[in-house]
Structures are given as structure tokens and as C-alpha cells.
Ligand binder design. Sequence first.
Ligand SMILES: NC(=O)c1ccc[n+]([C@@H]2O[C@H](COP(=O)([O-])OP(=O)(O)OC[C@H]3O[C@@H](n4cnc5c(N)ncnc54)[C@H](OP(=O)(O)O)[C@@H]3O)[C@@H](O)[C@H]2O)c1
Length: 333
Amino acid sequence: MLAARITGYGDSSVFRVEDAPEPHVGPRDVLVRVRAAGVNPVDAKIRGGAQRAVMRPPMPAILGMDLAGDVVRVGAQVTDFAPGDKVFASPSHRRMGAYAELASVDVSELARMPASLSYVEAASLPLAALTAWDALVRRGHLERGQRVLVQAGAGGVGTLAIQLAKHLGAEVFATASAKNLELLAELGADHPIDYNAERYEEVARGCDLVVDCLGPEHFDRALETVRPGGRVIALTTGLPEAVAQRGPWLGTLAVGLTLARYALVSRVRKGVRFIPMARKSDGAALAEIAALVEAGAVRPVVDSVFPLRDVARAHDRIEAGRSRGKLVLSLAA
Ligand SMILES: NC(=O)c1ccc[n+]([C@@H]2O[C@H](COP(=O)([O-])OP(=O)(O)OC[C@H]3O[C@@H](n4cnc5c(N)ncnc54)[C@H](OP(=O)(O)O)[C@@H]3O)[C@@H](O)[C@H]2O)c1
């Protein structure tokens, strides 16, 4: 099968699009012919080596934690899926490998893709939608009538978090640069905030929940924004910067200490729960998200589509941090 592989850490030039062995299919696995694969910031962090103290894929490695495609065959214990089913998934980092024509996915991480979506649209959803869902619902406990601030509202996670928060009945504040304010409003944000023109902590005072996609330089401001007793969900920890400065081990330790300090300070100063979060790979939650798409509550926002051979260009774009919605690799025949 054709795959985009890396043989070591580095910039986007480390990719080789080449023949690779087909993945092993265990008894609880489903072999999927990948038609499209989502590109996420974490893929670039893994490729660059920033995650290597916590995630060390054996080399050569096939990256990719978002896919949509067709079931080719199923393991002996799989009864819920059959060849020909159209599916999507966000495999965990232990099972990544979506940048390839075939991927073997644990059945617990798989769901049927929404019938109304193309493969590209479906592949844009899983990781970002599961993250938004976990941040708002599982960890954020967002309730009808509450106020939430979504940082980086025009990004992959933000575009979905805004829509899901509106669906949950919240009042939504969201940040972006001026060119993306209209998009935030289209997605349902009640208060789009231009982060270059306004200080969000002054506009979005007293939020019950802050979903922070920006990292440590915004933690103090998130704490200022949230009401006493509220929650801050931290999706970004500043690991790449810390690893670049101090190396993989000390950098990872420094990030851990920073997060622990923020958790303590937030609790002591304002009774706020500061929660660093990693999304859960979960087929059942993904099926719920598919239902929300079919009901018209959530729609994918795709920034751009690249053929697999242009994976390096897709990584350069994700690292630039300016995408509107998601980047997707197409493996269409
Ligand atoms: N913990 C987890 O499980 C988890 C899961 C998913 C993602 N993440 C992390 O969360 C972060 C966001 O992910 P993503 O997929 O949404 O990234 P993304 O799609 O690459 O985000 C790009 C967006 O960020 C916006 N942005 C950049 N700087 C901003 C600022 N200062 N204020 C407001 N918006 C800003 C840009 O909007 P403008 O062009 O308008 O500035 C752009 O639309 C990443 O660091 C990612 O690794 C964590």
C-alpha cells in the first residue's frame, strides 16, 4: 500500500510517500481503505519530535489520527461492521497510521460516517469534534444558559466547539483575527472577538468555562476570564516550545510543573478547576457526533484538501497556524 512515512524526526521534508507493508489486523480490528485523512497540529508536533518523551512511534512511522473510508475486512470478533461500510475514526496515538491507503482500527474507536458527508468532510471531524465534545461536555460540564469562551474559534477544534456549545444552549464568546469574525458568527458565536482589537478577558467576563486552544501564555488571561468556581480546559501545553528550549525530557518535565502550578493557583485564587485535557478516542461518542451532523446541529469546516503526495505542504500549512477549519489529505482513487 502507499503511505506517507517518516524515518526520523524533523521538518516536513522528512516525509517519504512510498510503498509500505499492510497493517496487521487483530481479532478486534477493522481494516479500512482510507479515502481521506485529517491533518492535526499534533501530527506536526509528533513529526518534529516535540512529543517524543510521551509518544515514540516505531520508525518508519505512519502518522495520522483522523480517517474516513470503507471497511475492507473485519477481525474474527467484530460483529458491528462489515465490508463496504463507510466509517470514520480518530485512532489513539498508539494506533495512528491514517496517512496510508489502508489502516487497521480498533473497533471501539470506529463509527459509521454521516451519510450526508463526503469522505473529506467526514475525515475532518473525528479528532477535533471529540476534543470539542470532551472539553465542553465530559470535562467542561457546560450547561444550557452558561457562558463559554472558545479560544481560536476559527481553527479545527474551535469551529466545532462553537457549534456544539450553541447546540448545548450556551452563550458563546469566541476569538479570531478580523478576517475570521464573520465565520465565527456564521457558526453561531454570539460574541466574535477580534483578538487584535480587543482584550478578550474584558469582553468575555464571568465565563463558566474557557476552552483554551492557545497555551501557557494565555493561562493567566483565561483565569481572569472565568468566574469563581468555573473551569478552564487547557488543550495546548506549550510542549514543542519547551522541548525546543530544554530537550525532550526536561522540556516535558517543565511543562508538567507549569500545569501543576496553574492547577494549584487557579484553585487557591478563584476556586477554578484548571484541567489539561487529551481527547479520548471513542467510537460511541463519534456515533453521537455523526447523529448531530445528520440532525444539522454541526457541520464540518474544511480549509483545504491536499493529495497524499503533498503531505509536506499540508504540514507546512498546519504549522503556520492560520487554517480556517481543517486540513485534509485525499486518497481518492
Ligand atoms: N489536548 C487535545 O486533545 C487536543 C486536541 C486537538 C487539538 N489540540 C491542540 O489545540 C490547539 C488548536 O488545535 P486546532 O486543530 O484547532 O488548531 P488549528 O486548526 O491549527 O488552529 C488554527 C486557528 O488558530 C487561530 N489562532 C491562532 N492564533 C490565535 C490567537 N492568538 N487567538 C485566537 N485564535 C488564534 C487562527 O485564527 P486566525 O488566523 O484568525 O488567528 C486559526 O484559525 C493545537 O495546539 C492542538 O495541538 C489539543
